[in-house]
Ligand binder design. Structure first.
Ligand code: ADP
Ligand code: MG
Length: 411
């Protein structure tokens, strides 16, 4: 199912103004809950530079955290406080009216499906966190949380993981759990898979947790071994332009799960535990045509990630352009997860002078990225917008993103 989303104005960009933003959020928290928060944390959204649908195949990805983030002010309820077990959530994102979007549930005894709407993301984190150390649900006390995010919702930039990661880093600090970043990545993945019910991989939360300013995160999704690979865009006169098509993508729909199932079928038929283990000279002719194309995307995409990393290590940022283009073609033709708007964004950006472009994220909608000459970013964005309008599509939202720092406490 594809539909148009309400485009939520993302508000001011995170980055240099973060402390002021945290200050404002803490003030709003005090107005809302009647006392100060214990602290403020931020967790960024991400774009994936290359390596799509490789994460759940134990493969390689190369995302970067962006300069747009979910920010949460949190206060844990004290022992003996009335409603000690109650979690109170509020978000400034209220698409269907003014005021805050609220959710409320008991921290103990959470079960999948018991919290509707966006509250399911923080609730999933509580649910898994409570079991992570073998304790029961009462191990996580109630808390108050006020969320404000500049990650556009439903654009494929992982606004949902930003919410989960902001929640887990805050609770990890406040409850003194001492979890490291890979452990928090696995925990939020379980929250998403087991509680929210989306069969997503490990990439998005890893990027949000482990991203580094000025770098992309080269992640081995089998071991969670991570390396920050310098991405000196500005030095090379380049920028990454995001084109949010406004077409809603949803992991809960069948497409994502169907691709995962194809990969599992392919791996089984080839006699390997996961597509990561397929030898370079494997004969895909034993697979039916559809499965063979899905498998070919994953195998070639893993190679493209490795080649992109090599190029970047060699300081050849421009050289990754053709790999981005090849990645898009593979997703369009072999993996079949693109859509007319994403293809148009890629074609129009490339025709207007992008060094390379591809859809990013799960597919079927969401955003494309284009590696563009920095001084041409506005012009290329304008040209892409014209192409959309000419083709009868709604104008996309196009903006430059900068590789930023991963999740952290800001106050
Ligand atoms: P994406 O992660 O690509 O933005 P998803 O459909 O996976 O898209 O996640 C979007 C969902 O995440 C929203 O429908 C909402 O439930 C939740 N969400 C994200 N940001 C916020 C926010 N600022 N406030 C409340 N909920 C949010
Ligand atoms: Mg998401």
């Amino acid at each position: 199912m594809r539909e148009q989303r309400d485009q939520h104005p993302a508000g001011p960009r995170t980055g240099q103004h973060e402390e002021a933003r945290a200050e404002r959020l803490a003030r709003r928290f005090a107005e809302e809950f009647g006392h100060a928060p214990d602290g403020v944390w931020r967790a960024p959204g991400r774009v994936n530079l290359i390596g799509e649908h490789t994460d759940y195949n134990d493969g390689f990805v190369l995302p970067f955290a962006i300069d747009r983030a979910a920010m949460v002010a949190v206060r844990v309820r004290r022992a003996g406080e009335a409603g000690h077990d109650v979690v109170d959530l509020a978000s400034t994102y209220a698409p269907h009216g003014a005021g805050l979007s609220r959710a409320r549930f008991a921290a103990g005894g959470l079960a999948p499906g018991s919290v509707p709407g966006w509250g399911a993301y923080p609730a999933g984190v509580v649910h898994v966190l409570a079991g992570a150390d073998g304790a029961d649900g009462a191990a996580v006390p109630g808390f108050e949380l006020l969320l404000d995010s500049t990650v556009p919702v439903g654009a494929g930039l992982s606004s949902s993981h930003a919410v989960e990661v902001a929640t887990v880093v805050a609770l990890n600090d406040l409850l003194g759990r001492g979890l490291d970043r890979p452990a928090m990545a696995r925990l939020t993945q379980r929250a998403e898979n087991e509680f929210v019910g989306a069969p997503t991989g490990i990439m998005d939360q890893s990027a949000s947790l482990m991203g580094r300013a000025g770098a992309a995160l080269f992640l081995d999704c089998r071991t969670l071994e991570a390396e920050a690979v310098p991405l000196p865009l500005a030095e090379h006169g380049l920028a990454v332009l995001v084109v949010d098509t406004g077409v809603a993508h949803s992991h809960a729909d069948g497409g994502y799960a169907a691709r995962r199932a194809s990969c599992e079928r392919g791996a089984a038929a080839l006699g390997v535990a996961s597509l990561r283990d397929v030898p370079a000279d494997a004969d895909l002719g034993v697979l039916d045509d559809g499965t063979a194309r899905r498998v070919r995307h994953v195998l070639t995409e893993n190679r493209r990630v490795l080649e992109t990393v090599e190029r970047l290590r060699a300081g050849d940022v421009r050289g990754i352009g053709r790999l981005l283009a090849a990645s898009h073609a593979s997703m369009r033709d072999d993996y079949e997860i693109s859509c007319p708007e994403l293809d148009l964004a890629v074609e129009a950006a490339t025709a207007a002078g992008a060094v390379g472009a591809r859809m990013t994220g799960g597919g079927f909608g969401g955003s494309a990225i284009a590696l563009v000459p920095a001084e041409g970013a506005d012009r290329i964005a304008g040209t892409v917008t014209e192409a959309f309008l000419r083709s009868g599509h709604r104008a996309p939202d196009a903006f430059v993103v900068v590789p930023g720092e991963g999740a952290q406490r800001v106050r």
